[in-house]
Design a protein around this ligand. Structure first.
Ligand SMILES: Cc1cc2nc3c(=O)[nH]c(=O)nc-3n(C[C@H](O)[C@H](O)[C@H](O)COP(=O)(O)OP(=O)(O)OC[C@H]3O[C@@H](n4cnc5c(N)ncnc54)[C@H](O)[C@@H]3O)c2cc1C
Length: 294
């Protein structure tokens, strides 16, 4: 296939939707390839259901090779070991490299449980950030809690620089604390690409200023009430977000940008029976299953 080589690193919600939209927009004029680190992806917002056993992990799983092949998108699950933006290539875990003309980074955050002793699924608190965390919580901690209920503590240990800002002493029978985020090892510490915390530097077009053929997808959500888009935390945080992510979260200050609603380019608003948002396209591939009876 001729045309630009567009490579998307990671196939979570951000990367998959980026791949679908880029494929639909370029309409076969570009070679689109997705590099993920596993063959499956899970619908993250449903993780809390997994944690309380309302859903099995399989019910929110998408098998990526099938859906990528169906749309003519190249796919590998070898995982990105290191991005080399100066050489326009991504080094994979299997030792090979994928060259690109344009790169989209959508790896999501590295969860920094290790920055606080005892935090996380390997310590004393639970997590629903990943589906395997939620499944582990469901398998043991939630059952234990139901047998022997006690106080529940839910919170976040977010800090822009990973430093401790406050400490609290609370007894709990079950606790779920969101860890601080940082960039994944594949991009961490690349001069010009990331900030000291490993977040991708990006302008208002999600484009990296030092490597203008490199783009990123952020964790962004839209407030139902205000319709404004807020930059929550994110691996890549656009410079257009005026506030640090933890402040945006706690004080609910909005970004200045007010985006127009965007239809899924793969289906469009006009197709009445089809989904009208990109995430709905992805969810079409999630197996429909009845909730587990409570
Ligand atoms: C419990 C929970 C509930 C949520 N509810 C909502 C909601 O209701 N509405 C909403 O809008 N948002 C919600 N969110 C946020 C939303 O899920 C995230 O914004 C979204 O999942 C982020 O997608 P992402 O693709 O950027 O990152 P992720 O979903 O984290 O995906 C990152 C992907 O990168 C892959 N990866 C990592 N490193 C590499 C590598 N080196 N090479 C290749 N691949 C790699 C991983 O395997 C993973 O598939 C929720 C989040 C959580 C945790």
């Amino acid at each position: 296939m001729s045309g630009a080589r567009i490579v998307i690193v990671a196939a979570g919600l951000g990367g998959t939707i980026a791949a679908f939209e880029i494929r639909a927009t370029t309409n076969g004029k570009a070679e689109v390839t997705v590099i993920n680190d596993q063959d499956d992806s899970w619908f993250v917002p449903s993780n809390p259901w997994v944690a309380v056993k309302w859903r099995e992990p399989d019910a929110i799983r998408v098998h990526l090779p099938t859906i990528m092949a169906k749309r003519g998108i190249g796919f590998t699950s070898a995982g990105a070991k290191r991005v080399h933006p100066g050489e326009n290539r991504v080094e994979l875990n299997d030792g090979s490299s994928v060259a690109y003309d344009y790169l989209v980074l959508a790896t999501g955050p590295d969860l920094a449980f290790d920055e606080i002793a005892g935090l996380g699924p390997d310590g004393f608190t639970q997590s629903v950030c990943r589906t395997d965390h939620a499944a582990a919580a469901a398998a043991e901690a939630f059952d234990r809690f139901c047998e022997n209920p006690g106080p529940i503590v839910v919170g976040a240990a977010q800090a822009e620089d990973g430093a401790v800002e406050a400490t609290h002493d609370l007894p709990f029978g079950f606790s779920m604390i969101l860890p601080a985020f940082r960039g994944v090892p594949a991009v961490f510490g690349i001069e010009g690409l990331t900030n000291p915390r490993g977040f991708i530097l990006a302008d208002k077009h999600q484009r990296n200023p030092a490597f203008p053929n490199v783009y990123s997808r952020a964790w962004v959500w839209r407030s139902r009430r205000s319709g404004r888009r807020r930059c929550r935390s994110a691996s890549p945080r656009p410079d257009s977000c005026p506030r640090p992510p933890h402040a945006a979260w706690s004080k609910s200050r909005a970004c200045t940008k007010r985006p127009r609603p965007r239809p899924c380019t793969a289906h469009g608003w006009r197709r009445r029976r089809g989904p009208n948002q990109p995430w709905q396209c992805l969810m079409l591939n999630v197996k429909r299953s009845p909730p587990i009876p409570r």
